[in-house]
Design a protein around this ligand. Structure first.
Ligand code: NDP
Length: 256
């Protein structure tokens, strides 16, 4: 560990889904610690706006339009980041969606879409980034799970399966890549106020009240509250932390 364990100057981070919500909250934290950022998403207008915000923090930032479920697009995205920003030190696998239906009505294509976006994307991006990180001799991968990595919910069968899978995938990569000096960890957000959960609140009656009642902090989290964990897991401060799944949830997961 260096004398400034949270310093990310000279580092380059890819944040999938970095154009809004939790991803942008993490990207802002990484930028404030000095990292250059590649924002990856499908909505290029949103990504360009996020890049303007990040560049305003004094770092290099680029918007890369890519669907993270598409291997060719992911490989091209990683190659472009290496070409334009010079290296890859940090990967945040944050892109995610949910389709809220019980298992008996979920269509196969809906199952596949959620699994591809939330889980297969992490495999594709991590595999591509691993090649670059191995060359550099170090790397940090942060995967975004969920409370549904731990708990079940009748309205989220594919989402829960994908987020449970993310934790196990994190552990597998942590074991496989420790020898390459790459640390791989997961963050498990509680209920955070973003576009994703605004839709959930509209679709699921009583959700707001249940979240407030069960969360010891008695409130929804904010995207900005993911800056600290992102910097910790991206920096030398966490060099002996790997394969962990860390809740950032206002205590939701320890509430009896
Ligand atoms: P948002 O809907 O605000 O953000 C989702 C992001 O994913 C968007 O930036 C979107 O960008 C990107 N994305 C979705 N599909 C793709 C794709 N195929 N290719 C590239 N990018 C894609 O949601 P949140 O910020 O709430 O969620 C971020 C992560 O946190 C997700 O993994 C989610 O499951 C997880 N999470 C969120 C919780 C919450 O309470 N909000 C709780 C637990 C976990 P674009 O549309 O431009 O492609």
């Amino acid at each position: 560990m260096t004398s400034q364990p949270f310093d990310l100057r000279g580092k380059v981070a890819i944040v999938t889904g970095g154009n809004g919500g939790i991803g942008l909250g993490m990207a802002r934290g990484l930028a404030d610690a000095g990292a250059a950022i590649a924002v990856v998403g499908r909505n290029q207008a949103k990504s360009v706006a996020a890049v303007a915000d990040l560049a305003g923090r004094g770092v290099s930032a680029i918007a890369v339009a890519a669907d993270v479920t598409d291997k060719a697009a992911v490989d091209a995205m990683v190659a472009r980041v290496e070409r334009e920003l010079g290296r890859i030190d940090i990967l945040v696998n944050n892109a995610g969606i949910n389709i809220r239906k019980p298992p008996h009505t979920l269509e196969l294509n809906e199952w596949n879409e959620v699994m591809a976006t939330n889980l297969t994307s992490a495999f594709l991006c991590s595999q591509a980034a691993h090649r670059a990180m191995k060359t550099t001799g170090a790397g940090k991968i942060i995967n975004i799970g969920s409370m549904m990595s731990i708990f079940g919910a009748g309205f989220a069968p594919a989402y829960a399966a994908s987020k449970g899978g993310i934790v196990q995938f994190t552990r597998a990569c942590a074991c496989a890549w420790a020898a390459d000096n790459i640390q791989v960890n997961a963050v498990l957000p509680g209920w955070i106020d973003t576009d994703l959960t605004r839709r959930a609140r509209e679709e699921i009656g009583g959700l707001n009240e249940r979240v407030l009642a069960r969360t010891p902090a008695a409130r929804w989290g904010t995207a900005g509250e993911f800056a600290g964990i992102a910097v910790f897991l991206a920096s030398s401060a966490s060099d002996f932390v790997t394969g962990a799944a860390i809740p950032v949830d206002g205590g939701y997961s320890i509430m009896g």
